[in-house]
Design a protein around this ligand. Structure first.
Ligand code: NAG
Ligand code: NAG
Ligand code: NAG
Ligand code: NAG
Ligand code: NAG
Ligand code: NAG
Length: 760
């Protein structure tokens, strides 16, 4: 596929589909919008379309077919040449045709296996979330390790009768591997095989099970974080011990294994959504995403699948990505709940004692340290072979000279690139005879790693101190101590350096990410197929996403009739922008003050999500209006939604989608945004608007007081922004509706239009 170039062409006026220019055929996803579930008819029509591009050959049509989709949305995946793909793109009813691209799991280091941390338990006093046994969460991931104690069904009532899913058997997976906890399990291989050739059991350890069984660990980790049962005595290397449980420990788990060793293919992802919608899940958790920058909403399998899931009342929770740079956030659609990653208050400290007595904090998950100090040198001084000292400073494979490295502690660098494994560097140092490693982690500081020799990672600040000591000391030495779990040593939560950030590159009027949750050094269940571990610590927005999934399941348990956007609103408007010590949340690695581009609405407060007071609700029709506002016309809208909705509303702006955050990316003079809130608290209650305006922006809320007399009553209000001082970049503030004990907060995000930045 290396010879394929990507061309872009315009389909139906607004929709971009990307088609690779290839001589040979490959898998394309043909997306045809909403469907009303006549699977027989859909299959027949798909076959006709394929037959027509295969010169009338039924056999060729059948051979090229990969999947058909008919639950909630229509389409199919098939092996096509570029010409055939273009031909199908012109056919009536086709919204987009896009190649079967690979999506990545949003874990920073799936091969960097880590130790143990126990997450905050999510109890909500005063509210019954017992009904969570009726909440079904679908996990689109790498499958499940059903024997993990996190998935035992002891004491769980029978499977809800409405459940229509199945327990698909396969290699090392029988129907008895599903139980009252793991109520469904399926796997999707066609899209993967179309790219990699037929599944071979011997090919790769990570692809071991042709079944819903988890051979990578990722799927078991995310599922147990959201919905794992209470497990006592989780203990890893004696480093830390305690209990672990998921957010909604009685909720049901439905497994959709669409991700394999090399990633998750669009055709498989859509097939998983297709089944999940029909099976009857309530929430879908997707800890994966497209590479940044993300393409158009309707040529991205996750956006498409979640659009139709949302239209069926299913909340889709997704990860923001681990790229860390400004504007890198993915899973941008407003119908998804997109989660950033932050720290907990637990650090895995591995102290480094310099020869001059100074003790500095590094991090690792090593239960072993050193008995005596050793000579400490920068790795470039142990450069060997054909490697330059610069290359050796990264401790790359074979880059070290054994004579120079033996018996020493080497100071190695990590550039932050996701292809560089931190564990592998410790292996390189060990092979060269080194006795320890100090890893300078240039971006992702704070991700704790179980190295193979005594080692600790440090951020730039501490690295400078160590280098300065080493530079100025003739016989520089240090000693690395074993890691200890320490609580509360630093402000928490802090935003993880790797967490992908706003603004939204596709629709800047919609703030993304939406929320943050713990995603740094998270303990959960693991697949013993890898490294024989039952539990593991991982970092990534993959890990923060299921924390929000768990909270969403508790809300769904308390309010089964709430829409996906109501649940999302409850989580977002009750979140806090302050850390546990009451200071503004900061962002690693520099400790700068974080903004809504880092954390969206902030860090959730599980104690208030069940009692949000007001919600910003949105129905499928509101998302249609939103699509009109970003350029979809009646025809393209009709294709996507399959109904008769039209773009009649004049001048609807994307900023006016009833979203729990407010973003004005191009303010000229003054601009008004409207919102509607629904009272879900006490029937008779009065709210007052309290604004913390963004710097240089005047904000008026009209009316400033909302008086409710009934439960479910809706009130409109308008927020008027006016620039009063020039500003070069985005500025941030907030709007809070306050009643006696309730606070309903939305971040305000504003940027002046370029003509406005200097002069007003
Ligand atoms: C340090 O000492 C302990 C106890 O004497 C021993 O078990 C361990 O192997 C030693 N570690 C190293 C790296 O020499
Ligand atoms: C390693 O360094 C030693 C000492 O400087 C040198 O004698 C030796 O040739 C080097 N070995 C390699 C493989 O570069
Ligand atoms: C240490 O010395 C190296 C070169 O020898 C230099 O690049 C580096 O900036 C120095 N670091 C500190 C902290 O002094
Ligand atoms: C040890 O060296 C570091 C780096 O040069 C310096 O910051 C520190 O103050 C020194 N400690 C002592 C006790 O001299
Ligand atoms: C759309 O409108 C047409 C004509 O008014 C009608 O026949 C058709 O049933 C409508 N379709 C839907 C899905 O409402
Ligand atoms: C609020 O706004 C919506 C849409 O703009 C409108 O349909 C509705 O009538 C308004 N409600 C009230 C109470 O003004």
């Amino acid at each position: 596929m290396a010879s394929c170039s990507i061309i872009q062409y315009l389909l139906l006026g607004v929709m971009l589909a990307r088609i690779r220019q290839c001589v040979t055929s490959q898998v394309y996803v043909v997306y045809m919008g909403s469907s009303s579930d006549h699977s027989e008819e859909v299959l027949k029509q798909n076959h006709q379309m394929l037959t027509s591009v295969h010169g009338g050959s039924n056999d060729k049509a059948r051979a090229s077919h990969v999947y058909s989709y008919s639950n909630g949305f229509r389409g199919f995946a098939a092996k096509l040449t570029q010409e055939q793909a273009l031909e199908i793109a012109e056919m009536p009813g086709v919204v987009s045709v896009f190649p079967n691209e690979k999506r990545s799991l949003h874990t920073t280091h799936s091969w960097d296996f880590m130790g143990l941390s126990v997450d905050e338990e999510m109890e909500i006093p005063g509210f019954s979330t017992k009904n969570q046994e009726n909440v079904i969460i679908g996990f689109l991931d790498t499958g499940i390790w059903p024997e993990s104690p996190s998935f035992n069904d002891h004491g769980m009532p029978p499977v809800p009768t409405r459940w229509k899913g199945r327990c698909q058997t396969g290699e090392s997976f029988t129907t008895t591997d599903c139980n009252k906890k793991v109520i469904g399990a399926r796997y999707y291989l066609n899209g993967y095989e179309a790219e990699h050739g037929e599944f071979s059991i011997n090919s790769d350890n990570a692809l071991k099970y042709k079944s819903p069984r988890d051979s990578s660990g990722h799927g078991s980790h995310t599922a147990s974080t959201a919905a794992g049962r209470y497990v006592k005595n989780m203990n890893f290397n004696g480093l830390a011990s305690g209990e672990a449980r998921g957010g909604a420990s009685m909720a049901r788990v439905a497994v959709y294994k669409a991700c394999w060793d090399s990633g998750c293919y669009d055709a498989d992802i859509l097939s998983a959504f297709n089944d999940a919608i029909r099976d009857g899940v309530d929430i879908i958790s997707v800890s994966l995403g497209p590479t940044s920058p993300q393409g158009d909403y309707f040529s991205d399998a996750i956006s498409i699948g979640s659009f139709h899931a949302t239209s069926h009342g299913i909340l889709v929770v997704s990860s923001a990505g681990n790229v860390g740079t400004r504007g890198s956030v993915t899973n941008l659609a407003p119908w998804m709940l997109t989660v950033a990653a932050s720290s907990t208050d637990r650090d895995f400290a591995s102290y480094i004692v310099l020869g001059n007595g100074t003790k500095l904090m590094g991090e690792s998950l090593n239960s072993f340290g050193m008995n005596r100090s050793a000579r400490t040198i920068p790795a470039e001084e142990a450069s060997g072979g054909y490697f330059t000292p610069y290359q050796s400073s990264f401790c790359l494979e074979s880059s070290l000279n054994k004579t120079k490295a033996r018996g020493k502690i080497l100071i190695c660098r990590h550039s932050g690139s996701s292809s560089e494994s931190r564990v592998a560097k410790s292996v390189v140092v060990k092979k060269a005879g080194g006795v320890g490693m100090i890893l300078i982690d240039e971006v992702e500081n704070d991700v704790a790693i179980p190295f193979v020799i005594p080692a600790a990672s440090v951020g730039r600040g501490i690295a400078d101190k160590i280098l300065s000591y080493v530079n100025h000391t003739r016989n520089s030495k240090s000693l690395i101590l074993p890691a200890k779990a320490i609580l509360g040593s630093r402000p928490a939560p802090r935003m993880a350096a790797f967490s992908s950030k706003g603004p939204n590159s596709l629709t800047p009027e919609i703030l993304k990410p939406d929320i943050t949750a713990p995603g740094l050094n998270i303990l959960a269940a693991w697949s013993p197929a890898v490294k024989r571990m039952n539990v593991n610590i991982l970092s990534g927005t993959s890990m923060s996403c299921p924390h929000i999934t768990g909270i969403a399941a508790l809300i769904k348990a308390a309010y089964p009739s709430w829409s996906p956007s109501a649940i999302k609103s409850a989580i977002m408007t009750t979140a806090t922008m302050f850390d546990k010590s009451g200071h503004a949340i900061t962002a690693d690695p520099t400790g700068r003050r974080a903004t809504p581009f880092d954390y969206g609405s902030g860090f959730p407060n599980p104690l208030s999500v069940i009692d949000p007071g007001l919600i910003y609700d949105a129905q499928p029709s509101d998302y249609k209006t939103f699509l009109c506002s970003i350029g979809y016309d009646d025809k393209s809208l009709h294709l996507v939604t399959g109904d008769n909705s039209t773009c009649t509303k004049v001048a609807a702006a994307a900023s006016d989608l009833n979203y729990p955050t407010i973003t004005v990316p191009n303010l000229r003079g003054s601009y008004s945004v409207s919102r509607t809130v629904t009272n879900v608290g006490r029937p008779r209650i009065i709210y007052r608007a309290v604004v913390s305006p963004p710097a240089g922006i005047q904000v008026n809320v009209v009316p400033g007081i909302l008086v409710f007399r009934n439960y479910g009553e809706k009130k409109n209000f308008t927020v008027i922004f006016r620039a009063t001082a020039p500003a070069k970049d985005y500025v941030f503030g907030s709007l809070t509706w306050k009643a006696k004990t309730l606070e309903v907060t939305s971040p305000l995000v504003v940027r002046l239009a370029s003509s406005n930045k200097g002069l007003l």
